[in-house]
Design a protein around this ligand. Structure first.
Ligand SMILES: [Zn+2]
Ligand SMILES: [Zn+2]
Ligand SMILES: [Zn+2]
Length: 418
């Protein structure tokens, strides 16, 4: 635009280099600059602004036209020249009017573009705002979801379709165990373990073994995840000649036991069994075994074992009848401890050791009332498994960690029927 106006100015002799010319050029430059850099916002409703630029341009033009009239100082010298100048002026006037029209049209066009841009921006902004508020709403909904999921009301649960109750959660993996023990032991548990490990590696058997632990009688317990794997591994070992001298078995759970307190010492194993069966309906189908008695001051305490399914009923009932007496009773957890050497897991009848001090576990001849306590079971446990148990207590101490661990294992190996 600037270029065409400048070309137009060249029609005027003596115009280039005048103050007006320079002024106009500066105004045009500013206008062009403004068009290039202005943003939509600034130009919205820009009619006054455009007029601000255009008005001086028209003033300059009209000044120039006035200066070109015959009365001006730069008037032409003859009538023929006058006529031609007039014609030129009329031409110029027409061209100026044309330019004015075009400028106004451009301005309208420009204004409409700007306003359409502005309305686009407005609608985009409102669109963005809509999105933002919708996201905020979604965030709120998401935030409230865990509460909805975590705490369904009874009504919500009750209103669920019946087939939802078919949904099952996989039970946590429980250990299924296979025991392997040498029949005639000349080797320890680690030898048995190595033999099993190399067998499994060589055969490349696809069993999921979670761990292998040492057990008594130089055996090992192989922990698997399914009963099926236990059966398959048992078959694999049983048919392999290398394991002919090993017993392969599944551990059997112990029956739960009760101890009956203060039983008249006239009872023996037979008579107490008959009396219990006679007076307690719960044993009408059997399920009772009388194990052994322990002497107390004026009576005996008897230990019995019952079938696992009877345990919860008897436990909840809280007592049994012995003829016409109600007998006080408690759950009995057997801890087999040798009275000869103090070791856990065997009795004096099967003890391979010599008599030891129950305080310090020493077999030497010494004053057994003033020796420093040292527990044989915690010492052994620490040496074999680095258990870190304190050792400065007697082997019958009820707080002995080895004793507590042994009790826990007995409980774990007992089937309490629930
Ligand atoms: Zn012993
Ligand atoms: Zn001692
Ligand atoms: Zn101990």
């Amino acid at each position: 635009m600037k270029a065409s106006l400048l070309a137009f100015l060249q029609f005027f002799p003596g115009a280039a280099g005048t103050d007006e010319y320079l002024k106009m050029e500066a105004t045009l430059s500013a206008f062009e600059n403004c068009l290039q850099t202005a943003d939509a916002k600034r130009l919205k409703g820009s009619s006054p602004m455009l007029m601000e630029f255009l008005t001086p341009i028209f003033h300059i033009f009209s000044d120039l036209i006035v200066k070109m009239t015959p009365s001006s100082s730069i008037s032409p010298t003859g009538p023929s020249e006058d006529r031609s100048v007039y014609e030129q002026i009329r031409d110029l006037e027409r061209q100026v009017a044309l330019f004015e029209g075009k400028l106004q049209e451009s301005q309208r066009c420009f204004d409409s573009i700007i306003s359409s841009l502005a309305s686009n921006i407005e609608s985009t902004v409102s669109c963005v705002n809509d999105l933002k508020s919708s996201m905020e709403h979604n965030t709120d909904t998401l935030a409230s979801l865990p509460a909805t999921i975590a705490k369904p009301s009874y009504a919500q649960v009750a209103s669920l379709p019946a087939n939802v109750s078919n949904f099952t959660i996989a039970p946590p993996p429980s250990e299924k165990i296979l025991l392997v023990r040498p029949l005639e032991s000349k080797a320890d548990s680690s030898t048995t373990r190595n033999k099993i490990t190399s067998f499994l590696l060589n055969k490349n058997l696809p069993f999921r073994i979670t761990r292998i632990k040492n057990i008594n009688n130089d055996g090992i317990a192989i922990c698997l995840t399914t009963d099926e794997d236990v059966n398959k591994l048992s078959q694999e070992l049983s048919k392999n000649a290398d394991f002919a001298s090993f017993s392969v078995s599944k551990p059997t759970l112990r029956k739960p036991q009760f101890i009956l307190f203060g039983v008249n010492s006239s009872y023996n194993k037979d008579s107490i069994t008959k009396a219990l069966l006679l007076k307690n309906d719960i044993f009408k189908d059997g399920g009772l075994e009388v194990n052994f008695s322990m002497k107390s001051k004026s009576s005996n305490n008897w230990v019995i074992s019952v079938n696992p399914y009877l345990y919860p009923v008897i436990k909840d009932h809280g007592h049994l009848y012995l003829n016409f007496e109600r007998v006080r009773m408690e759950t009995f957890i057997s801890v087999m401890q040798c009275s000869t050497c103090g070791s856990l897991g065997h009795t004096r009848n099967h003890c391979p050791n010599t008599q030891a001090c129950i305080r310090c576990s020493s077999t030497d001849d010494h004053d057994r009332t003033s020796c420093n306590p040292r527990c044989i079971n915690c010492t052994t446990q620490n040496a074999r498994f680095r258990s870190g148990f304190p050792e400065n207590h007697g082997c019958r101490d009820k707080n002995c960690p080895a004793l507590i661990q042994f009790r826990k294992r007995t409980i774990d190996r007992t089937d309490y029927g629930r």
